[in-house]
Design a protein around this ligand. Structure first.
Ligand SMILES: [Zn+2]
Length: 494
């Protein structure tokens, strides 16, 4: 099936953009035009062998060809007259190899002056002088194709792809990755904003990731779960669909954070810390040494950040929503101060020192006793709960361990430890590898049994735990052991 001229250009451009940087070449429009002209947009005899550039066979010059073939052609002398030549020509297995062959062919010292040239017309003048072509009108003819087909737009893509490789990375802090197909591909604006959102539900990092399947028409770059764990959802290089504003999402890292389902959409302490950490990491990787919070829509949107500056924006400026909720909105200046603190900016706020966590796979817990006899563990659990602290029991190696919290950030566990000690409990911090446990239990089987029995559900995804298969599915999705919960119901209520 023959390609149209445009399809031919797209195909050559794709391969040229891929290989040019590897060979130190910064423009591709003259190269695409050379291929168009030399191969009649891929219709020439030589093009059957993917030789689009009329490259004569030279022993030991390339390593990406598949062989050579013999064909006649004409060459032009300095006086303008033509003479026939029969020559051997490179044959390639694919278009990609044919284009790679061009770059290898022109990577000998004679063509060194092409490296780093950013003016496409200059590139043509130089390659003609280097002896690539003999035709006197070569530069004029090739340049006419560049102009007629509008090929210089491909030169911009070389620059963009290079910037992407150089500049765009993703956070190494993330605990999980649930990539959403919902994005617009590569950003058209460099990153210079961060936009925190409330996801309206106390979800885990994974559950936030699961919120944006195909067809949902929404996404975000990152999600932060109720426990501070972080999920990569749309790579930083791509534009997410998050803030009801193309202009904002093209330049912002968007972050959905677990929150209450109702106003003021509060975050947990852990989720907020997770957001702070992620923002610090985003700033460090993207070369920001300062974030700015103006608390003013017009000022924020019209501000052009200077090098190293990043502006915080909020969803409510772009649509009729309260996002990120009053809880977070009222803490935006605190968020900016904490990020700037960590970045070394003097802000007069000597709050919290931010601790960058662990490997992302370790959870910190406060352990308040380990018992061989379950009844003793139950008594301790009751005593802790009587002080208003949410605790749970895990069974490990024949011991019933009474624990509080599950933190991905050690400083949060430290705070909890101090609190437990102040309440008179003898505790210490212990760690668990997430891989060792399929889930982080937040409530005991008994508590969940009580919820089920009284028609409540502490997981914000559902109003009730439900019955039968639905209950089993939901309990497992939330990380609870179905059989243990059923057993507790039987024990407590039947
Ligand atoms: Zn939002």
């Amino acid at each position: 099936m023959a390609m149209t001229n445009l399809q031919f250009i797209e195909a050559i451009a794709g391969a040229a953009i891929k290989y040019a940087p590897q060979f130190g070449i910064c423009v591709v429009s003259p190269i695409i035009a050379q291929a168009c002209l030399e191969s009649g947009y891929g219709t020439s005899y030589k093009a059957q062998y993917h030789n689009y550039f009329g490259m004569k066979y030279r022993k030991n010059r390339l390593d990406c060809h598949s062989g050579y073939f013999r064909d006649g052609s004409q060459e032009q002398k300095a006086d303008g007259t033509y003479y026939p030549v029969t020559d051997d020509w490179y044959a390639f297995e694919s278009l990609d190899a044919g284009v790679k062959g061009y770059f290898q062919y022109t990577s000998i010292p004679r063509y060194d002056n092409l490296k780093g040239v950013t003016d496409p017309h200059k590139y043509l003048e130089l390659i003609r002088e280097d002896g690539y072509a003999t035709s006197l009108d070569y530069v004029k003819n090739v340049w006419a194709v560049v102009e007629k087909m509008g090929l210089t737009k491909y030169d911009e893509r070389v620059i963009m792809e290079e910037e992407t490789k150089m500049g765009y990375t993703n956070s190494p802090l993330i605990d999980c990755t649930v990539l959403s197909p919902n994005h617009s591909g590569q950003r058209t604006h460099k990153i210079d904003r961060i936009t925190p959102h409330c996801v309206v539900g106390q979800l885990s990092a994974e559950s936030i990731g699961a919120c944006f399947p195909n067809g949902r028409e929404a996404s975000c770059n990152y999600g932060v779960g109720y426990d501070g764990r972080q999920c990569l959802i749309v790579e930083e290089k791509n534009r997410s669909w998050c803030t009801s504003s193309s202009a904002n999402d093209q330049r912002a890292i968007t972050i959905e954070v677990a929150s209450d389902k109702t106003a003021p959409y509060a975050f947990t302490n852990e989720a907020y810390k997770g957001l702070v950490e992620l923002c610090i990491d985003i700033c460090k990787r993207n070369g920001f040494n300062k974030v700015l919070w103006f608390a003013d829509k017009d000022k924020s949107l019209s501000y052009e950040p200077k090098a190293g500056e990043c502006v915080l924006t909020v969803h409510r400026w772009f649509t009729n929503k309260s996002c990120p909720g009053d809880w977070m909105y009222n803490r935006m200046s605190q968020l900016a101060a904490e990020i700037n603190n960590a970045l070394g900016v003097q802000s007069g706020n000597d709050d919290v020192a931010i601790k960058i966590p662990n490997d992302g796979k370790t959870l910190y817990r406060v352990q308040c006793g380990a018992y061989k006899v379950k009844a003793n563990a139950d008594n301790q659990l009751k005593a802790i709960k009587a002080k208003g602290v949410d605790a749970f029991i895990t069974q490990v190696d024949g011991l019933y361990k009474v624990q509080v919290g599950a933190y991905s950030i050690k400083s949060n566990a430290d705070v909890q430890l101090a609190k437990m000690k102040s309440l008179g409990f003898d505790c210490f911090i212990t760690t668990v590898k997430m891989a060792d446990e399929a889930f982080v239990p937040r409530k005991s089987a008994e508590e969940i049994a009580t919820e089920i029995w009284t028609g409540k559900c502490s997981d914000s995804r559902w109003d009730v735990w439900g019955n039968g298969d639905t209950r089993k599915e939901r309990l497992e999705a939330a990380g609870y052991n179905y059989n243990a919960v059923q057993e507790a119901i039987a024990r407590l209520y039947k």
